[in-house]
Design a protein around this ligand. Structure first.
Ligand SMILES: C[S@@+](CC[C@H](N)C(=O)[O-])C[C@H]1O[C@@H](n2cnc3c(N)ncnc32)[C@H](O)[C@@H]1O
Length: 298
C-alpha cells in the first residue's frame, strides 16, 4: 500500500526532469531538447544499429523529416558517406537552431542543410530524395496516412520512406506493481484518445505497431517492419535514468484525468522517492520495443 502523499509534492521540486512536455511554436506537444538528447544517448547502441540495418547507399540524399535538434544527423551522415547529403527539416525554429549549432564545426557540417518546413511540404523537388527518414515524429501526426502519402512524391522511384517510432504498449517495468502499471498505461492510452477534444494536440504513443499498416495504406510497397527490444537493468546508466524519470512523469502529466490521485502518488513515489526508488533496486528492469518501418515508393 502507498501512504505518502504530501512528500511527493515536495520531492517533485527536486526532480532531475522538468518541462518534459511543452508546446512548441507549431503548437505541438514536444519533449524538451535536453530530454531528447539524454533519450538519444541512452539508446545510442540501438539507434546506431537501426541506421546500420537500413543499409543506406553511399552518396544518398536523405531527408531527416522532423529532425528536431539534429541528433540523428551524424548517424545518417556516417551511413551515406562523405558524398551523401542530408536535408533536415522541422517546423520548430528552436530545434533547428540547436541542430545547426551542433553541426557547426563538426565533421559532417558540409553534408547537412537544415530548413524550416513541414513534412508535407519538403523544400526539395519531387523525385529528389533517396530516403526520407523520420524518427519520433509520427506519434504527433493526426492523420499519419495522409502525411506519409504527401511525403511520397519527394522520393525517387524506388526510394524509401523510413519511419521510426515508439510503442508504449510494449513498455514493462520489472519490480513495479503490475496492476499499478496497467492502470497507469491504460489511463494514458485512454487520455491520448480523448485529449484532442480538450484542446490538447494529437499524440499517439502507441503508434509503433500500427506503422506498417499506415505505410501500406499510404501506397508504399514492400513494407518491412523491424523491431528493437531495448532492455536496461540496475545499475542504470545516468542518461537512461533521466529518460525513465521523464517518461514516468509524462505518463501522469496533464493531471492524468483517468487515474486516481492515489495511483498518481504511488506511481511518482515509486520512481522518485529519494529514500527508496525502484530505480535503485537490484531486480529493476525496464523494457520497451521500438519500431522501424520502411516502404518503397514506386
Ligand atoms: C520528439 S521530436 C523528435 C526529433 C528527432 N527526430 C529525434 O528523434 O530526436 C519531434 C519533432 O518533430 C517535429 N514535427 C512534428 N510535426 C511536424 C511536421 N508536421 N512537420 C515538421 N516537423 C514536425 C517537431 O517540431 C519536433 O522537433
Amino acid at each position: 500500500m502507498c501512504s505518502i502523499r504530501i512528500e511527493v509534492g515536495r520531492k517533485r521540486q527536486k526532480m532531475a526532469v522538468n518541462n518534459v512536455v511543452y508546446v512548441n511554436e507549431g503548437g505541438l506537444p514536444l519533449n524538451a531538447v535536453d530530454w531528447l538528447e539524454k533519450h538519444h544517448q541512452s539508446k545510442a547502441q540501438e539507434r546506431l544499429q537501426m541506421i546500420h540495418d537500413l543499409s543506406l547507399k553511399q552518396g544518398s540524399l536523405v531527408v531527416d523529416a522532423g529532425c528536431g535538434p539534429g541528433l540523428w544527423t551524424p548517424l545518417l551522415a556516417q551511413a551515406i558517406g562523405a558524398e551523401g547529403h542530408i536535408i533536415g527539416i522541422d517546423i520548430d525554429t528552436e530545434s533547428l537552431i540547436t541542430a545547426q549549432s551542433r553541426s557547426n564545426g563538426s565533421w559532417y557540417r558540409q553534408q547537412v542543410l537544415y530548413k524550416r518546413a513541414t513534412l508535407e511540404q519538403i523544400p526539395l523537388e519531387h523525385g529528389g530524395a533517396d530516403i526520407i527518414f523520420s524518427a519520433n515524429v509520427s506519434q504527433y501526426l493526426e492523420d499519419p496516412v495522409a502525411a506519409f502519402a504527401a511525403m511520397a512524391p519527394y522520393l525517387k522511384r524506388g526510394g524509401r520512406l523510413v519511419i521510426k517510432d515508439i510503442d508504449f504498449g510494449t513498455m514493462r517495468f520489472g519490480g513495479v506493481d503490475p496492476m499499478l502499471q496497467a492502470r497507469v498505461f491504460q489511463a494514458r492510452e485512454r487520455w491520448e484518445r480523448d485529449r484532442c477534444a480538450h484542446d490538447y494536440a494529437f499524440e499517439d504513443s502507441w503508434i509503433g505497431s500500427k506503422l506498417a499498416g499506415y505505410l501500406r495504406a499510404a501506397g508504399f510497397e514492400d513494407v518491412e517492419e523491424k523491431t528493437y527490444r531495448i532492455v536496461r537493468q540496475c545499475p542504470l546508466p545516468e542518461d537512461y535514468r533521466f529518460y525513465i524519470q521523464g517518461i514516468v512523469e509524462w505518463f501522469v502529466c496533464e493531471n492524468a484525468p483517468y487515474l486516481s490521485h492515489h495511483d498518481v502518488t504511488c506511481w511518482l513515489q515509486c520512481f522518485f522517492d529519494t529514500a527508496y526508488s525502484v530505480l535503485d533496486v537490484a531486480d529493476f528492469t525496464c523494457e520497451e520495443t521500438e519500431f522501424v518501418v520502411s516502404g518503397v515508393w514506386s
